[in-house]
Design a protein around this ligand. Sequence first.
Ligand SMILES: Cc1cc2nc3c(=O)[nH]c(=O)nc-3n(C[C@H](O)[C@H](O)[C@H](O)COP(=O)(O)OP(=O)(O)OC[C@H]3O[C@@H](n4cnc5c(N)ncnc54)[C@H](O)[C@@H]3O)c2cc1C
Length: 485
Amino acid sequence: MDKVDVLVIGGGISGLASAWWLARSGLSVEVWEAGERPGGKIMSTRQDGYLTERAASMVLNFRPEVAALVRGAGLESAKTARLPAAEAHRYLLHRGHLKALPMRLGAMVASPLWSLRGKLRLLAEPFVFSGGRADESVSEFITRRLGREVLEKAMEPFIAGVLAADADQASAAAVLPRLVALERRYGSIAAGVLVNRVLRRRTASTTESFSFGGGMGTLVEALANTPGIRMRTGHIAAELVRGRGGWQATAATPQGQRTLSACHVIVATPAPAAAVLVNSLDSELVELLRGIGYAGVTVVHAGMARDAVGHPLDGSGFLAPKGESATLTGNLWMSTLFPDRAPPGKVLLTSYLGGARAPQVADWDDGRVVDEVLGTLRPLMDLTGDPEMVRVDRHRQALPVYHGAYQARMQAITARLQHIPGLHLEANYRGGVSVRDRLACGHAVANRILGAQRWPSVERQRREETEKPGEKAVYPPGSMGAAIE
Ligand SMILES: Cc1cc2nc3c(=O)[nH]c(=O)nc-3n(C[C@H](O)[C@H](O)[C@H](O)COP(=O)(O)OP(=O)(O)OC[C@H]3O[C@@H](n4cnc5c(N)ncnc54)[C@H](O)[C@@H]3O)c2cc1C
């Protein structure tokens, strides 16, 4: 039977990032992916000269270890920054029109988007007593601290558009951990921001938004093709058994059943598939995983002539509050955001529908979905023609929604895992859904595995590196955490 140091089940960005950090440190790693290609939700597609993204379209990064992965994977030169035109505005659908969102406090105070009452309530934030109940929802937390208008015109559209979740049900501590921590530590978000601004002058790591030439698929391919990672597609993990000093896993493959032994196993699948795999190991863990809810998202890409769009497209796109749109949560102007997304003289507009706001969209056929998008965009963006390219991408389980007492659920999962050494759960239901968080969590799990025991292969590699210094950066066990924010 084959043996590896670490088996990773699930070849999405969570599994690939974990594998990359481990292989980089000298461990032998095999990745099993059920599908025919690595990447999971992430897939870049060229169609009729347009470059579309099925899921993540960009990385918003401020974490040094994520920057280190991009550099280490040889992707620095492939990075494409957001075009300056996309920085000009972010729009909000407001009373049936697109309105530029004020980006700074001064502009917000002057903006007609906010009522005088809403502005005064916002400015009163430092004087609001701290301390809501544990596991407040996003709506409760934001209304308590910043007022109802900030919830309706900023936070609810963000939670629906970016996380596919419902602000009334999403856990504030789970989806807004930094804002909640600011209140806990400094008594107010404004005070915390101010203190951090002062401190950051010394510890700053810059925030950047980027994609890659060829789209996010370039990142996936680079990680999957890393020397030291054995990438196995068409491998559907079916059974996980704990043995002496390790694990035995069995997969259904196109060539028949395959069994592999590994010291550690990282299950990097969505929660429902993870629940099936740990079924025989821990019934409480199974229930905790089964209780994680997912929302579906339908993505509609429309490519059309630039002169058939009356709007200046001077920004990244718009978000739609639930009071304004029943189904569409947001629209990104991909050809303004990044180069090479549409042929010359054409534009690419990508719309997101469904989420927790409108689960019924998942059952609509393509014709109905496209009609809904064009019917919404036409008056808002002054469309005078039809798209020449349309593509619909569907995710039945797009994103875990972090609803309810999510922190308590995550703590309980962590506690159950303490009793199952060598098993790690690592996907976007733990630690954040963004690609940045996935890459950073992969770094953290690799760090835990590297520190868990003596690895002769790691030590051998480290010795070789010392003899031939400067060829490759190696991350000895226990050292990688230092880079985490
Ligand atoms: C529409 C949309 C837009 C998004 N936009 C952004 C964005 O712009 N920026 C950003 O940072 N994030 C974005 N995200 C979030 C981000 O793309 C996802 O959170 C991330 O890609 C999820 O990665 P994952 O590896 O955790 O899960 P997945 O991508 O779901 O990967 C899990 C993998 O496990 C495999 N698997 C399941 N069961 C088994 C089994 N039994 N055996 C073997 N393999 C198995 C699956 O086939 C799958 O490939 C977006 C998400 C969506 C849906």
